[in-house]
Ligand binder design. Structure first.
Ligand code: FDA
Ligand code: NAD
Length: 426
């Protein structure tokens, strides 16, 4: 049994939704495009899961956050795909791919062939087992990657009222989920091996600002430590988290956010990989010219820094997906992907944005005892990265523009004094 399409998107996450919209804008015909996803939902904005989805009051639910509302574009509910003749093959895992034959084999035994393939398989959460800790399958240990995970967290939150949560990992998932747990009146302890939260991006000074706020909200930080095992009751439920130094933390629930692994396995040995992802050129094209890769799974050239990077953020998923569609449908009109890395987060009433690269020396600016502050990163006398908390739309646009221009910085102290005004004047 088999079906053939001109375009197939493998994976039905953020990138898939934005690619579908771009295909329609560029005039795909009915019956030409198919999206295959192992999730049972049409593409949705994954960032909502650790934020609005976990709120105790008026939480967001589908269909409100289907793509592409995150970029203030049309909301593509399942009906939209039908109306445009796009085949949504949901709840279906692709278990093998043959790029030479241009076919995908699904777990239901169907062979789907394509002329052009866009790989948008994203990533999966790393499991504790990979760090030698067993017990991840207990009902109150939660990961956070997809809607099924988020639903499980909501259920566990409801059965842990006024209880204790241990959050493992001090990255994005850890920080966003910890804030949501606090809002749900759950006592939170965060455990991570580094000296401060968000070590991949924050400076110690920026981290200290948010950590102080979290502590004022009752969050307990245990740093420089990792868990070694779980205390489990007769029903298989976790009741405690035991740390490497022997500390025993009572736990009604555990959320684990210890990083991700890109879903490349279907293509290993068939396509060139780099930086843990599928290597693509500036057209998002892999080492096979009929296969493109976008989003978290793609390692692409970031022109601004002259190197291949794999980014794990929603803006890059959206824009790389659109670029791939443009490159497939109008190759002669499509230039190389020219992308300024952009990350953001929202926790409690905070909201920050980051553009560029956090390489070189960090120059802080603004009021760290107030609500508007940030940092510029200067590398080889050029501004390469900008972080701002509490900015206005105009200020965020200014730091993005300034970062993309990589201006020469002669006086770092002056840059710190000027802060956002420097970016506004560039
Ligand atoms: P994505 O993971 O969205 O989609 C991949 C899809 O492929 C999934 O549906 C998966 O099931 C499917 N799939 C994989 N293998 C398959 C197979 N073999 N067969 C069939 N289907 C398969 N970023 C940011 O900038 N700001 C933010 O605030 C947040 N917040 C945030 C919260 C949470 C909870 C998460 C998990 C992530 C974020 N992110 C974020 C990151 C952002 O969501 C992420 O970068 C994008 O979702 C990446 O989009 P992709 O489409 O590449 O993967
Ligand atoms: P992450 O890479 O942001 O953080 C992983 C954290 O795990 C590290 O900071 C470290 O503290 C911790 N860690 C690593 N090994 C550990 C161990 N053995 N024990 C305890 N802690 C350990 O990854 P994440 O927070 O899991 O996020 C997953 C993905 O989701 C990432 O791709 C991230 O970019 C994405 N995400 C992004 C946002 C956003 O951009 N606002 C929000 C949520 C999720």
């Amino acid at each position: 049994m088999g079906r053939a399409f001109v375009y197939v998107i493998l994976g039905g996450g953020v990138a898939a939704g934005y690619a579908a919209l771009e295909f329609v804008k560029r005039g795909v015909s009915s019956g030409e495009l198919c999206i295959i996803s192992d999730e049972p939902f049409a593409p949705y904005e994954r960032p909502a899961l650790s934020k609005g989805y976990l709120l105790p009051e008026a939480p967001v639910r589908l269909p409100s956050f289907h793509t592409c509302v995150g970029a203030h574009e049309e909301r593509l509910a399942p009906k939209w795909y039908k109306e445009h003749g796009i085949e949504l093959v949901l709840g279906t895992r692709v278990k093998s791919a043959d790029v030479r034959r241009k076919t995908l084999l699904t777990a239901t035994g169907e062979t789907i062939s394509y002329k052009f393939l866009i790989i948008a398989t994203g990533a999966q959460a790393l499991k504790l087992e990979e760090f030698g800790v067993s017990g991840s399958d207990a009902e109150n240990i939660c990961y956070m990657r997809d809607l099924a995970d988020a639903n499980r967290i909501v259920d566990v939150i409801h059965s842990s009222t006024d209880g204790n949560a241990v959050v493992i990992g001090g990255g994005y998932i850890g920080m966003e989920c910890a804030a949501s747990l606090v809002i749900n009146k759950i006592n939170v302890t965060m455990v991570f091996p580094e000296v401060h939260c968000m070590p991949r991006l924050f400076t110690p000074k920026i981290a200290a600002y948010y950590e102080e706020y979290y502590m004022a909200k009752g969050v307990n930080f245990i740093k420089g430590n990792v868990l070694s095992s779980f205390g489990i009751d007769f029903n298989g439920k976790v009741t405690a988290v035991v740390l490497r130094d022997g500390t025993r933390l009572p736990a009604d629930m555990v959320i684990v956010g210890i990083g991700i692994r890109p879903n490349t396995s279907l293509f290993e040995g068939q396509l060139t990989l780099e930086k843990g992802g599928i290597k693509v050129n500036g057209m998002m094209q892999t080492s096979n010219s009929y296969v493109y890769a976008v989003g978290d799974v793609a390692a692409f050239p970031v022109k601004l820094f002259g190197e291949i990077r794999r980014l794990e953020h929603v803006d890059s998923a959206r824009k790389s997906a659109r670029h791939a569609v443009s490159a497939i449908m109008e190759p002669e009109k499509t230039g190389e992907f020219d992308y300024l890395p952009f990350f953001y987060s929202r926790v409690f009433a905070f909201s920050w944005q980051f553009y560029g690269d956090n390489a070189g020396e960090a120059i802080h600016f603004g009021d760290f005892s107030g609500s508007k502050f940030g940092a510029f990163w200067v590398c080889k006398s050029h501004l390469v990265g900008s972080f701002l908390e509490g900015g206005t739309k105009e200020e965020y646009e200014a730091i993005a523009r300034a970062t993309s221009l990589k201006p020469t910085i002669e006086d770092a102290a002056e840059l710190g004094r000027l802060g956002v005004d420097f970016a506004l004047a560039v």
